[in-house]
Design a protein around this ligand. Structure first.
Ligand SMILES: [Zn+2]
Length: 261
């Protein structure tokens, strides 16, 4: 078994004459992922690539069968990223067949990876998908509706950094961070929406310790998201119990909570 705790961040593809810069970038980044990257879900040493333009995903793990989409850009990883067809995305979310998402920033001059995060598919909820305007009637695919993934809405727990500013994260830490939230997969789409939202709100407090009063402070935001729910405070308490049962946080007594390391 090779030790991939030290990923080689450089692209090694021969400089074939690709038709366009975006095409060559695609060849570099996918080639890099297939050669260097391990599976952040199960730790298998290698990921395989799907044939080009496969509708399913870009990469998959032969051991745990996780599917991955790889989005690459030259610019800083921002608040949102352009993805495929909006309708297809919603269908795949509903059937939980959407892939997990790698977002890469690469350095074109150095031909190397600068940043890479992975968002496990269990963090994807409909709230994260933004519908784009249909393409103009003059466009080649007139009327086609794409979507953006709102990366800024993914809680920190769901943004797993594999490479940051050219520094490679320890593989064990990456795997542990993935495992810590894998319980979300067992939760239905609606329940997952609540959990992910509350996890994000707790992280936004910026503290390891917090109280039930802090958590009740999320009620207005949650009521706005789930206007049909008349028992938001109860629901918050219930979600905190789920997060405790799953080991994401602990109760330290008398309405006080602590995030597990
Ligand atoms: Zn795997």
């Amino acid at each position: 078994m090779s030790d991939k705790s030290h990923l080689n961040l450089g692209f090694e593809e021969a400089q074939a004459a690709f038709e366009s810069p975006s095409q060559s970038a695609r060849v570099w980044t996918e080639g890099w992922a297939a050669r260097e990257l391990y599976c952040p879900a199960c730790g298998a040493d290698q990921l395989a690539t799907y044939p080009n333009n496969a509708p399913v995903a870009d990469l998959f793990c032969g051991s745990c069968h996780e599917d991955y989409e790889l989005k690459s850009q030259k610019t800083k990883i921002g608040a949102k990223i352009l993805d495929g067809a909006w309708g297809t995305m919603l269908q795949r979310l509903a059937s939980q067949s959407n892939p997990s998402l790698f977002v890469m920033r690469y350095d074109r001059e150095r031909r190397a990876v600068s940043d890479l995060i992975v968002i496990p598919k269990h963090f994807f909820t409909a709230d994260l998908i933004e519908k784009r305007k249909p393409l103009a009637p003059t466009a080649r695919r007139a009327g086609w509706v794409g979507c953006n993934i709102l990366l800024a809405k993914v809680p920190d727990s769901g943004r797993i950094r594999i490479v940051q500013g050219g520094e490679v994260a320890e593989r064990e830490k990456v795997l542990a961070k993935w495992r810590k939230t894998a319980f979300l997969r067992e939760t239905g789409a609606k329940g997952r929406g609540w959990l992910v939202e509350i996890m994000g709100q707790i992280e936004a407090l910026g503290r390891v310790d917090f109280t039930i009063e802090d958590a009740y402070g999320f009620a207005p935001a949650l009521s706005a998201l789930y206007p049909d729910n008349r028992h938001v405070r109860e629901k918050i308490r219930q979600q905190l119990q789920v997060l405790r049962d799953q080991g994401w946080l602990e109760f330290v007594g008398r309405g006080r909570y602590r995030l597990t390391p």
